[in-house]
Ligand binder design. Sequence first.
Ligand SMILES: C[S@@+](CC[C@H](N)C(=O)[O-])C[C@H]1O[C@@H](n2cnc3c(N)ncnc32)[C@H](O)[C@@H]1O
Length: 251
Amino acid sequence: MNCTVCPSSGADRHRAQGIATRLGLPFAKRLTEVTTSVVLVIDVERSWLQRVSEPVLGPVTVDFTSSAMLHRRRAGHNEPIGRAVGVRADRCPTVFDATAGLGRDAFVLADLGCRITLCEQMTPVAHLLEEAVSLAKMSTLQKVQMAAGRMTVTCADSTTSDASGYDVIYLDPMFPERSKTAAVKKDLATLQALRSDSEQDIDATALLAWAKEQSVPRIVVKRPVKATVVGSARPSHSIIGKTIRYDVFIQ
Ligand SMILES: C[S@@+](CC[C@H](N)C(=O)[O-])C[C@H]1O[C@@H](n2cnc3c(N)ncnc32)[C@H](O)[C@@H]1O
């Protein structure tokens, strides 16, 4: 993993050291000693990822109480994703999010009422998710607290996990496309810097092949609207938005 754990100040050093040991990552006392592209910075209350190699990028954190997340809920962006996983007034499916990332899609689904397991293979990202779920459980906003109560974080390679028994497997793999029109945003660019290109390229097909082996009735794959379908089989149907498409495989 292309990541070092670093305290934000001397006061956070012992905690940062403990987190580095737990996550199996190298530790550095200060940013000037770091040789990896990305740093997991540990502060008193929050942690964040920061890309420190060129192009240096701003901090990336997970905060389910942020105004951006609250806006995403209120603006109704959740409707297509809810339809894709099969949320209805009388039914909230259980979801195994096999590519949890920064947990945004998972939070939207949890907010819609789904119980959801967030499986993330990169230890520093899983750390951000665990921290964000714990903080959201203490939120003064009851809806946020309740959504966090439906979320469980696990750090593993999903393709070695057993997702049988869930209603849905949700996949949002890294897109290797890097065209000018598909400018990779800061958060995604930081996640991509944690792993090598060759590791990223195998994600989508390997994940879908694994998902199809699970005893799960529905698989949802999130794609850029114009991207090719993952794998060789046609989806049962697709929910198409302005920039995003959800390919639904019923099995
Ligand atoms: C594009 S991001 C997902 C973003 C997420 N849907 C969100 O709303 O924030 C893809 C994530 O999937 C993770 N991932 C890819 N393959 C995985 C696997 N086999 N097991 C667990 N996580 C995986 C990557 O590490 C990365 O963090």
